[in-house]
Design a protein around this ligand. Structure first.
Ligand code: FE2
Length: 385
């Protein structure tokens, strides 16, 4: 067996209602003064107020930063970090979707004052130390609570990644109750994103694709494939929400160590230029990228298919791989997600620009099981159009 490295968050605390334990978990880890990083949408749900109340009950002094926006730009991160420094916080708590968690990770790093944001873009550049860090996801999607990755929007439309094990939090608190109020379209898009993490991790051409990641990816998909539609249609179904949150975390652990590839590379320009939510961007290009990959490397999809959609077990070989792509497309359709780029008011003349920008995602493209050129990317966007 080839050598591999597997890193994940030090402690994972899962349970319906686990948010109530945020104070007792955070105080011994980070002391009294903390920064809570979140977004304005979550404030309006009451979840942030509940977190603040739990922390206050534990005798903690909280500075609130609730200005995170989707596809967080550098300016937001730098502002949050300077607020953390001015307040002299001893720890950072991120509560929210992937954007809030990604911002919290970088604030914990930058508030120490030893590293600058511009110097840590790329893989392994961030060295730490960072402030103690707790992440509480409120969507079942990014898996950010167990990944060493923060995605930042630079220069208006480009996405850059900071990738370093130092960004893995000390504690991830997974409380499925926090996801029960997510609207169907958010549940659907974030859920497909999580499934893409598992699929791309399983098929990744990364030299660190490893048996732990593949095992976690399979289990993640076994949990999420049957739960997603239930969670979309009946948001208060506790079992479905629990399966989705656990599944998205397992998928996060998988791709944190066996990184994602061309689906994400082609999704990022859609988010950057058109502010299409990350999960929906992935859903739009997913079947088309997999069909492209399956021409030369169908094996991973043939292997995965019966775990995700048991009925596909009666098919063989290429036919099973093709049916896997079809079934994923059908699941996205059943979830009510738009299926074509044209449905999102993207004009056809944008496609060459999208293909050019996707080629900049070299960090991701190197992991794709099939080599992908700009002409290939354009053909995939056309197929998705
Ligand atoms: Fe993703």
């Amino acid at each position: 067996m080839p050598p591999f490295v597997f890193n994940t968050s030090r402690s994972i605390q899962f349970g319906f209602g686990a948010l109530a334990r945020l104070g007792e978990i955070s105080r011994p880890l980070m002391g009294v003064r903390v920064l809570l990083v979140t977004d304005p949408g979550l404030r309006s749900t009451g979840i942030v107020d509940r977190a603040l109340a739990v922390l206050s009950d534990a005798g903690m002094e909280v500075t609130l930063f609730s200005d995170v926006q989707a596809d967080p730009p550098e300016a937001i991160i730098l502002r949050a970090a300077s607020i953390a420094q001015e307040a002299g916080v001893q720890g950072v708590i991120g509560v929210g979707g992937g954007s809030s968690l990604d911002v919290a990770k970088l604030v914990a790093l930058l508030a120490v004052g030893k590293e600058t944001l511009s110097a840590v873009y790329g893989v392994g550049k961030a060295q730490g130390p960072r402030l103690p860090l707790i992440l509480v996801p409120t969507t079942a999607g990014t898996g950010s609570e167990v990944t060493p990755i923060s995605i930042v929007t630079t220069g208006g439309s480009e996405k850059m990644g900071v990738v370093s094990p130092v960004l893995l939090p000390d504690v991830a608190i997974l409380d499925p109750e926090l996801t029960t109020g997510l609207p169907p379209h958010v549940t659907a898009a974030t859920g497909i994103d999580a499934m893409v993490h598992a699929i791309e991790a399983f098929a990744s051409a990364s030299p660190n694709n490893n048996p732990l990641s593949r095992m976690l990816a399979v289990r993640a998909l076994q949990l999420m494939a049957p739960a997603l539609l239930t969670a979309v249609r009946n948001g208060t179904d506790a079992t479905a929400r629990g399966d989705m949150l656990l599944g998205s975390m397992l998928a996060g652990q998988a791709f944190a160590n066996s990184p994602v590839a061309a689906v994400h590379a082609l999704a990022y320009p859609l988010g950057g230029h058109f502010h299409i939510p990350h999960g929906l961007s992935n859903a739009l290009v997913l079947p088309h990228v997999l069909r492209f990959n399956a021409v030369t490397v169908p094996g991973p999809y043939i292997d995965l298919a019966p775990h995700v959609f048991p009925a596909l077990g009666r098919l063989e070989g290429q036919e099973r791989g093709a049916a896997f792509c079809e079934a994923l497309e059908q699941l996205s359709r059943d979830c009510g997600l738009p299926q074509r780029l044209r449905d999102l008011d993207i004009t056809e003349d944008w496609l060459p620009r999208l293909a050019r920008d996707a080629m900049n995602q070299t960090r991701l493209l190197v992991n794709n099981p099939r080599e992908i050129t700009e002409a290939d990317a354009l053909a995939i966007y056309r197929a998705a159009y």
